[in-house]
Design a protein around this ligand. Structure first.
Ligand SMILES: CC(C)(COP(=O)(O)OP(=O)(O)OC[C@H]1O[C@@H](n2cnc3c(N)ncnc32)[C@H](O)[C@@H]1OP(=O)(O)O)[C@@H](O)C(=O)NCCC(=O)NCCS
Length: 194
């Protein structure tokens, strides 16, 4: 796997990240987003099976929401929002690491057509590996809703440990659900096939 090889001292000192790298894995290319990804992002996030597992997706979701996100946030300096693509460069999902109030957070989703082939395990591992090369002393936070077994498995394989549980409001469900909170240090990060 490749991409974001050496720590960027300026970014480390400022607490930001260098621009989202292009990362190649055996089956995938992770790359910065393009405005032309708007239709694919919309098609994925209008699927309730995807949106119901996410904390911050506007409901209902429209093409304008995707365009706004692509224009303002997708390539912002405080985050790596990597588009997940296969050989044809078609956008099939997102894996991101962003700085929030209490630290760096991993998030991700895949178009339903791409589920069940180990894609997210491969994509998330590659982005986290690149992140730890930049910020080896940081901890990565994440979490899954209590009914998201697939996502909890993805995180367990990376080395995430459960750190707590919280009630959160999920706009897509219009309900409060239990969220299992998780965290990953570089020491616990599972060695994979880099
Ligand atoms: C969660 C998600 C990213 C998983 O992506 P994926 O590429 O299908 O995941 P992987 O194939 O890498 O791994 C999933 C693991 O969970 C298992 N799994 C899948 N569905 C499952 C289910 N309903 N119950 C139990 N295990 C399940 C798979 O067998 C696999 O385990 P294995 O590696 O031991 O075989 C994808 O389902 C998705 O985008 N869901 C909607 C959005 C979402 O949930 N985002 C994450 C929010 S925390």
């Amino acid at each position: 796997m490749s991409g974001a090889k050496s720590p960027d001292r300026k970014s480390q000192a400022s607490g930001s990240l260098p621009p989202c790298p292009v990362i190649r894995t055996p089956r995938l290319t992770l790359r910065p987003h393009l405005l032309s990804d708007a239709e694919a992002v919309t098609a994925s996030l209008t699927d309730f099976g995807v949106a119901r597992m996410l904390l911050r997706v506007p409901q209902p979701y429209h093409l304008g929401d995707a365009r706004e996100w692509l224009e303002t946030e997708a390539n912002a300096g405080t985050a790596w929002n990597a588009a997940i693509t296969e050989t044809d460069d078609a956008h099939i999902g997102v894996v991101s690491i962003e700085k929030l109030r209490n630290g760096w957070h991993l998030g991700y989703w895949l178009n339903r057509q791409a589920w069940g082939r180990g894609i997210m395990s491969e994509a998330a591992w590659a982005l986290v590996a690149a992140f730890f090369r930049q910020r080896p002393d940081s901890t990565v936070l994440s979490g899954v809703f209590a009914d998201n077994t697939a996502s909890l498995k993805v995180q367990a394989k990376l080395g995430f440990a459960i750190s707590g549980i919280a009630d959160v409001y999920v706009p897509a469900r219009g309900a409060t659900v239990n969220r299992i909170e998780t965290r990953l240090t570089r020491d616990a990060f599972a060695p994979a096939t880099e």
